[in-house]
Design a protein around this ligand. Structure first.
Ligand SMILES: [Zn+2]
Length: 355
């Protein structure tokens, strides 16, 4: 199995995370990547370093003014004498969050404070010195994994960090800046007519849903905690089915808090049925471990072994597959979750055996 990761992805080092009115310790720690890399090493998989694709893959999904903001915000912020160490919003423009409401114009104001409010959807996406570099490299890992699959690899794993599935066309949120899963699906479209995204992170893949909500060539399926009780709250409900030409090409399968392996596997089975009916030709899996029972911000009760069942279900679909890493924050278990997932997905196959 081929895997991709760039060391620059560990540079992003957020300092704070606002939770129920408390400035808390960050959860997307750089050490997440070490835990996942050791799990790969145990399987004999040494990730390849992706080439520098620049901004082009991100531009296939995101609005240019938004990417320019991400790239320049930190330097501009540092020029404000009293500014804090990270770019964070203190204004929140009204936006109703409806997936039927698509692109916004560029931010009217040239002020970085105004743009922080406009482009950063919550207080979980601080921008510091290396955020742009890490987010861009993360998109390159996903891009390289797609290229491996376009080149004939049956399965490729992109160790993406920071994650991407909450990032919309022009908005960062929920630890996500650039939507690597969406970039992967779009790039697979160059060779495959129908592409499906299966998001098994504990959070709804709201960014990915919104990006493809009007399209019928990319099916989006997400299994996640009922948003009535869990982030992203405003979106991810079962009655969101797509819009216009895309109606019928989005499926949300919310599960109640505290659901365990059986309920989560059942939800994924339902998603797999939809993917088969759609007759997808290639698959992107947005993989998170925050459904694990030990996750510090999780509400589900999935076991470590439960991830093997998730991998097996994806293997059974039998499509060319790009696995994109999303969330999962309990450092002591995420390596084992990846190991179990890969055991279900590819068995004992390693990079070396494949040559
Ligand atoms: Zn998540």
């Amino acid at each position: 199995m081929r895997a991709f990761f760039h060391p620059d992805q560990s540079l992003h080092d957020p300092q704070q995370f606002m939770r129920v009115g408390v400035i808390s310790d960050p959860k997307d720690l750089p050490s997440r990547t070490e835990a996942l890399l050791s799990a790969l090493a145990q399987r004999g998989v040494i990730p390849e370093q992706p080439s520098d694709y620049g901004i082009q893959p991100a531009l296939t999904i995101h609005a240019k003014p938004y990417l320019e903001f991400l790239q320049t915000a930190y330097e501009r912020w540092r020029a404000i004498p009293e500014a804090g160490p990270e770019v964070l919003p203190n204004v929140s423009p009204y936006w109703n969050g409806s997936p039927a409401q698509h692109q916004r114009p560029a931010c009217r104001s040239s002020s970085v404070v105004a743009q922080a409010g406009y482009y950063l959807g919550d207080l979980a996406v601080p921008i510091s010195a290396h955020t742009w570099t890490s987010a861009l490299r993360s998109s390159h890992s996903a891009t390289a994994a797609v290229d491996a699959v376009l080149d004939g690899a049956g399965v490729a794993y992109a160790l993406c960090r920071p994650s991407g599935h909450h990032a919309r066309v022009d908005r960062a949120s929920g630890f996500c800046y650039i939507n690597s899963s969406a970039i992967a699906a779009q790039r697979l479209r160059s060779q495959f007519g129908r592409v499906a995204v299966l998001d098994v992170d504990a959070h709804h893949g709201d960014g990915t849903q919104e990006i493809f909500y009007r399209r019928r060539d990319v099916l989006t399926v997400s299994t996640h905690v009922d948003p009535d009780a869990y982030y992203p709250y405003y979106i991810g409900y079962a009655d969101e089915l797509g819009h216009g030409e895309g109606e019928g090409y989005n499926l949300n399968i919310p599960v109640p808090p505290k659901s365990g392996d059986e309920a989560y596997h059942r939800a994924i089975d339902q998603g797999v049925d939809k993917i088969l009916t759609f007759r997808a030709q290639a698959l992107v899996v947005a993989l998170g471990y925050d459904s694990h029972r030990d996750d510090p911000i999780g509400l589900l009760n999935v076991s470590t072994e439960g991830f093997r069942g998730i991998g097996e279900r994806i293997r059974a679909i039998g499509l060319p597959t790009v696995v994109v890493q999303e969330g999962g924050y309990q450092i002591s278990v995420i390596g084992d979750c990846l190991e179990q997932f890969l055991a279900g997905l590819v068995g004992n196959q390693t990079l070396l055996q494949e040559g």
